[in-house]
Design a protein around this ligand. Structure first.
Ligand SMILES: Cc1ncc(C[n+]2csc(CCOP(=O)(O)OP(=O)(O)O)c2C)c(N)n1
Ligand code: SF4
Ligand SMILES: [Mg+2]
Length: 351
């Protein structure tokens, strides 16, 4: 990998957020991805969302696997914690980190190859366990880094750059995440920042497993006619079910819509998800109906985007395991090691 640091100088009048940071404080190194790669737009949306949420950068931990998508955490949040794991192994490392320190915001960044092929076992278990995280798949339907082989999310019949049709059935990560019990499921498009930024903000505020599938065209290997993951195809077949406004806790709600036009979901931290319905029949609170809707539209070649499912009362792994609230690094040696007598008692209970 090549690393190019960004110059530190910036315009003195650059706006600050509530904790005094500029957008530049949330940036990383200069990207080495191909010009026009969808992944860079997702990095920009993450920077925007974290800056607007005024999260202190040291409170975020970004983890990834291997791929062009998994390289991107180097290009945003340069002052945050980072861990670039082995291919497909981000979810287990993230789960361990989250169990050791629940005070951080966990941002898992992966690719369709990283999560739907080599890492699919890890993906499904992190989701079904309800790890409190934002899990983003930057989905381009190919293994970009290894030069454009079809990935497991490539649609059947989608054409490769060389004109060969994909014959395998695709894995739909959104449908899978809903079936596995993710409490927040959304799909965005790297070419629609207006839709993507509030989805990322809402996913960060969500206390549970939040999964975000972002269609992110690979301009080098999968942006031609006949591909269902190209900019042109997604723009033409994008079926957005709602438009989300994320309203931070205690922020004033300034815009009013006519009754029935919006659905409001209050999250545990007091933030409000305000959903302007673009499809009047769509209910993001109904998991089964959402799965049916997404699959029926997918069969027609449409790409359903927006906040697809949200559980108003999510439970996460910490609640399931009744873990201690204090991060391990703040516990004393006595608390971490309760002594021989306690250990003997545990061991004898297992005999
Ligand atoms: C264990 C292992 N197997 C295979 C590879 C080769 N490899 C590197 S990246 C990659 C696929 C990346 O695809 P994706 O996750 O979709 O990321 P993209 O580059 O498309 O963003 C593969 C197969 C590897 N690095 N490690
Ligand atoms: S090969 Fe594709 S995925 Fe990788 S940086 Fe280039 S455009 Fe992006
Ligand atoms: Mg890919």
């Amino acid at each position: 990998m090549t690393y190019i640091a960004k110059p530190k100088l910036h315009h003195p009048n650059l706006g600050c957020n509530a904790i005094g940071f500029t957008r530049r404080d949330y940036e990383g190194k200069i990207s080495t991805l191909c010009a026009g790669c969808g992944h860079d737009s997702i990095s920009a949306a993450i920077i925007h969302a974290c800056w607007e949420l005024s999260i202190e950068p040291h409170r975020i931990a970004k983890l990834s696997g291997i791929g062009c998508s998994s390289k991107t955490p180097d290009y945003f949040l340069g002052q945050s914690h980072g861990f670039n794991t082995v291919h497909g192994r981000m979810p287990s490392v993230l789960t361990g980190a989250s169990l050791a320190n629940r005070d951080l915001v966990y941002l898992g960044v992966s690719g369709d190859g990283d999560s739907a092929s080599i890492g699919i076992g890890q993906f499904v278990h992190a989701i079904r366990r309800g790890v409190n995280m934002v899990y983003i798949v930057e989905n381009n339907g190919v293994y970009g880094l290894t030069k454009g082989q079809f990935s497991a999310t490539a649609d059947q019949g989608s054409m490769s750059k060389k004109g060969v049709a994909n014959t395998d059935a695709p894995i739909d990560l959104v449908g899978l995440a809903m079936q596995l019990g993710a409490s927040f499921v959304a799909r965005g498009f790297s070419g629609d920042k207006q839709q993507l930024v509030p989805l990322i903000k809402a996913a960060i505020a969500h206390q549970g497993a939040a999964f975000l599938d972002v269609i992110s065209p690979c301009v080098a290997f999968n942006n031609h006619a006949g591909s269902t993951k190209s900019y042109e195809y997604v723009r033409e077949h994008n079926d957005a079910v709602n438009q989300l406004d994320y309203i931070a806790p205690r922020a004033e709600i300034s815009i009013d819509y006519a009754p029935g036009e919006v659905v409001e979901v209050e999250q545990h931290d007091g933030s409000v998800l305000r959903l302007r319905k673009l499809d009047a029949a769509y209910d993001p609170g109904d998991r089964i109906a959402a799965m049916n809707y997404v699959h029926a539209h997918q069969a027609r070649g449409e790409v359903v985007t927006g906040l697809l499912y949200v559980d108003k009362d999510p439970h996460d792994l910490h609640q399931h395991l009744n873990t201690v609230a204090t991060p391990f690094n703040a516990l004393s040696a006595k608390e971490l090691c309760p002594g021989k007598a306690t250990l003997d008692k545990i061991n004898s209970a297992l005999r």
